[in-house]
Design a protein around this ligand. Structure first.
Ligand SMILES: Cc1cc2nc3c(=O)[nH]c(=O)nc-3n(C[C@H](O)[C@H](O)[C@H](O)COP(=O)(O)O)c2cc1C
Length: 197
């Protein structure tokens, strides 16, 4: 069974990302063609990148890096849930991505963005970051503008159109996650022999 992680990238108290990630997770669990888990960046307490060696070496020195690596490594694809901070992704999400390398390689990536303009500028940035990490980004994207998807800019009430685009996103991420399996060894994460730049 294909395994997909729903990565929640914002960490601030009162974040709207939690409601969005919970929605993605609840719809995901209604499907039978993959398994899904939420990876909440906030749960990992990552400091600003503090590994002495580049992540592509895969030789991690800190327990928080190893814990994040273990959590990320076992998935076949990722759905990133991101708000828009100054036309990009939250720094916490960028930092969490920067911590690892091989764990992301040859995996599928899909995006759910929210914000005044539906997070589209943040997702555009995230697509280029994902490319550098050798993730394959699917075309489908869930765009959640505050004006149509959030009552009073707070309560998340997804429209039928958002529901439909989420299903298309699942279809594409699951298909590419499966197709890319042939390029991946069984399990890749840091501190394993043979995992190096
Ligand atoms: C530091 C910061 C910068 C922001 N910049 C933008 C922006 O450039 N464009 C936008 O649409 N919304 C922007 N917003 C609004 C966020 O998209 C909105 O607060 C969203 O809920 C953030 O996600 P979160 O609630 O999960 O943290 C910004 C919010 C913060 C905190």
């Amino acid at each position: 069974m294909i395994r997909i992680a729903i990565v929640l990238g914002s960490t601030r108290p009162g974040r709207l990302g939690k409601a969005v990630a919970d929605w993605v997770d609840s719809r995901a669990k209604e499907r039978g063609d993959a398994t899904f888990d939420v990876l909440d960046v906030a749960d990992f307490g990552l400091p600003l990148l503090d590994e002495p060696l580049p992540p592509s070496f895969g030789r991690y020195s800190h327990p928080h890096t190893k814990a994040w690596s273990d959590a990320v490594a076992g998935f076949d694809g990722y759905i990133f849930v991101t708000g828009e901070y100054n036309h990009s992704i939250p720094g916490a999400l960028k930092n969490a991505l920067d911590f690892l390398y091989k764990e992301w390689n040859n995996k599928a990536a899909g995006f759910v963005g929210y914000g005044s303009s539906g997070g589209i500028r943040a997702v555009e940035h995230l697509r280029s970051v994902a490319g550098e990490l050798q993730m394959a980004d699917v075309r489908a994207q869930v765009v959640l503008p505050f004006a149509t998807e959030f009552e009073n800019y707070r309560a998340f009430i997804p429209t039928a159109s958002a529901e439909a685009s989420l299903q298309t996103l699942f279809d594409q991420v699951i298909a590419w996650a499966g197709a890319l399996k042939t390029l991946r060894p069984e399990r890749v994460h840091g501190n394993e022999p043979g995992v190096a730049a």
